[in-house]
Structure formats: structure tokens, C-alpha cells
Write a protein that binds this ligand. Sequence first.
Ligand code: GLN
Length: 550
Amino acid sequence: MTKHIFVTGGVVSSLGKGLTAASIGMLLEHRGLRVRLQKFDPYINVDPGTMDPYQHGEVYVLDDGTETDLDLGHYERFTNAPLTRDCNFTTGRIYESVIRKERKGAYKGQTVQVIPHVTDEIKAAVRKLAADDVDVVITEIGGTVGDIEGLPFLEAIRQFALDVGKHNCLYIHLTLIPYLKAAGEAKTKPTQHSVERLRQIGIQPDILICRTERELSKEATDKIALFCNVEPRAVIEERDKTFSIYEVPISLVENHLDELIVEKLGLRAQPLDMNGWRTLVQRIINPVHETTIAVVGKYIKHQDAYKSIYEALDHAGIALATRVVVRRVEAEEVEREGAERVLGGVDGILVPGGFNYRGVGGKIEAIRYAREKHVPFFGICLGLQCAVIEFARNVIGLEDADSTEMNPRCGHPVVCLLDAQFAITELGGTMRLGSWPCQLVEGSRVRAVYGSGLVKERHRHRYEFNNQYRQQFAAHGMAFTGTTPDGKLVEMIELPEHPWFVAVQCHPEFRSKPTQVHPLFRGFVEASLKRREARKKAEAARSRAAVSTT
Ligand code: GLN
């Protein structure tokens, strides 16, 4: 029988519930258990696909094309659990389904209500992941306990224990223990209140995970346990991490979280072996090399707008024993100040995906700089489209080249909509989404780093390279090194004469893991590292020459 873990959060948002849920999944997998993870988001949007990254951070895309919350990225990076459409539900999606049933008459004349109809729909979504080959389903409830929108979800998970038996369910609540400098004390009251809210709803947490800046004293732990009605050993400290999010599972193990879960759910599990993971974390803490990469984008100020890209760069760092210093560059700053001023001194330039024209000028300037100065360049999605526009304008001489997304009436639409996209009028879920196969050209750089001729990558875009220009581009030195297997859609381009100028229409960042870096990120960071080393050597030679002439 599949067991269930429900992860809720209290006190404040952004506590890292997703990371904690992912870490729990990882620990259980390391104990030989088969896990599945899912997240419920209480907002009304049917999915985050139409939301501004400033509101919500990155939209994470699954193989099956579902546009999801970025916490699912953590799930994929930390575990091997397969993720599908059944792994992310919003209030909007739950209601959409209830209303569709109501219109079909499925409720046979009943008054349709939050309890039981909406809660039944939520419970059915949890049950979708339970199966013979699944030991534990971990369900994270987005938002904070006390939010009005979250209530139906909490009610549903309360009922769930009645349906499947309390011994098959575990409630884990993540809270914050703030440290008040003036009082010289860790404060437990917000946690007490948040647990009180949960208990009013009828949920008694079994385990409390407490985010804290400083070590929790025995006194504080005992107090939390007493007031929140949990065992003292089930009050788990999760201290802020200094180096990396990949330290989280280790600190949870040190506080015996895996043992507690296995015991409380009566699971049959193997002993834990975290040696591989500990080595990985040591590589993060003690890098040998360093390189600086500029990410030139439009949502730079939002911490999480390019989450998976920052993570994938870190994964390359882990593989290459390198500290990858990311310089987040606002594309409009490049427009204002010029590329040399903003990007001088970086070892690599990455232009990520995006929508609309704001900042595109700066991205194009950054790409021109990378191309002309031989700085390693990696373009992703809109990054490829900008590279195409830059090449058309500055190499081929098509001054009026553009994407029809930015300028529908441009003279040379080198990036445009295909017929299939023209007919679409709705915004939500209507892009080229999910995993697509890509055929790589023999002898190309991408073929070499992948080590394979046919690969699969995830997509999320409407516009495509305009094939009418293919020959003209090729004649000027651009290589089309990846296409759909039928050859019809351009997926990857590169400049063979450049040390590393690779751009892709897909989003490889969604497939990178700390234990298995994506080959394109590895190749790009390796090229950046080479540039850094070459520059350092040249500088040393120059200063030696200066000394010998004086
Ligand atoms: N806006 C572009 C398109 O829709 C690129 C999208 C992206 O970068 N994800 O094709």
C-alpha cells in the first residue's frame, strides 16, 4: 500500500518547502524506496504558463509539456521520480474539472460544493500517484497555512487520512524560528500559532521542520514540542545553508529525518548511503577553478526567474570543480551602457529565454560582442532567436531583420510564426511545449558534447527560425547543427569558427541535474574556463614582459 506524506508551510512564504519536499524524496530514494512527488498551488490560474516571471519566477516545463511551478524543478534535480501532468494542480485546474463535470451533469442534480466535490477532486488528484510500484507519495501544499485559498487543500488532506488510515499518512509542517537579536533569543511563538491554525483545521503535524539561522537550543526544541504537541525528536532543525541548496538533504539526515519517516510510516527501507552526495557537496564547497558567466536577461532582478539556468550552471561547476560566478545583467543596461562596459571581463555570455521586445536590443548587442570578441556564447530559446537576428543584421547585412514577435512588419522576418501557430487565439498552453526529438549533425560541436546523434529536449515557444533564410545563413558561415528529425525545424545553431557559439531553440536547463550535468552547459562552462585560463596566462606573460623591459 502506498504511503502518503503531506508537506505544509507556516509563518512566512519562501521557506523552501519545495526544496524540503524534494530533499525528503531524495532521502527516501537513498533508502531504496520508490517515491512520487506532486505540488498543489492554491492560486486560480489553471497553470503558471500565463504568469509573469516577476510574479511567479520561472515556469518549469515537463517532458509531457505541462507548464508547472518551479518547485517541480527541485523535484527533478533531487530525485528520479517521473513527473507528469498529475504532479502539479492549481485551484484553477481543480475547479475547471469540477465545473466541466457539473456542466455534463455528472453530479446528478446535487448542489456542487467545496466539501465534498472540490475536496473529492483534490483527493482524487493525490490518489492518481498512488500505485503498486510506488512506496511513498509526497504532496506539497503551496502557500502558507492561514491563506484563504489554501483551505480546500488542507481540508482534503485532513480527510485523506480518514480514507486511507492515519497510519498511512504523515503530516510534515515547515516553519520559521526567527532569531531576535535585541532579545538574544530564538522565538517559537509564530510556529506555535501556525501549528494552532493547522490543528483548528484538524491536522496535527507529526513532524515539524524548523528553518532557523542559528542552532536551536534544547530548550527551544522542548518548548516547540510541548506547545505544538509533537515529540521533541520530531522537531527537526533545518539551518540556513552557507554554500548551496544541495546541503539541505545532508542536514536533514544529520537530524535523523529519514529514520523518523521510515519508523512513523512503518516502511521497509534499506540503510542510508549518502557518501556520493557528500562528495558532491564537498566539490561545491572546495572548487579548484573559477569562471564568470554573464546571464543577460530581462527578469534579472527576480531571484528565481531563471532558476533552472542558474542551477544548470552550478551543475557544470560541480562537474568541472569550478566556482561559476554568475553576473546577472539586465539586458537594458547593455543597451544603455554598451556591451564592452557591462560585459568586459566576463568569460562567457548566456542569453536565456524570454518573451516580447523589452531588452531584446541589449541581448542582440551582447551576442554581437560575444561573436566578435570570441567570448563563449550560449543562447537558449529567445537567445537563439536573438542570435539569428544579430547574424542577419551584422553578418549578412539584412538591416531590417527581426522576429515577427518584436516587429510583425519587418522586411526580413528571420524568426516567425509557423502556420500551426497562426490559427491559435488562446494564450494558455498553446506553445510548442514539451519534449521533442532533435537530430544532430555529424562532426558538429553539439554532436560531440552530447556523444549521440538523436537527443530529446523540452520546448516552450511559439516562434521558429524562418527556413527561407537557411541557405543565406549557411553561406555566411552559420551551421544548422540540430533539427527535428524530418529536418523541418531548426533546433540548434553554431558558428564553427568561434571557440563556443552555440544556441538552441529548446530549454536544456530543465534536464540538468547536480549528479548529471547537461552536456551543453558543461561544454559552455568548459569553454568559458578555457578563456579564463588563456587570459590569465596572457596577463602573466604581459606582466613578465613589463618587468623584463624595466
Ligand atoms: N518568445 C519566443 C517564442 O515564443 C521565445 C520563447 C522562449 O524563450 N521561451 O518563440
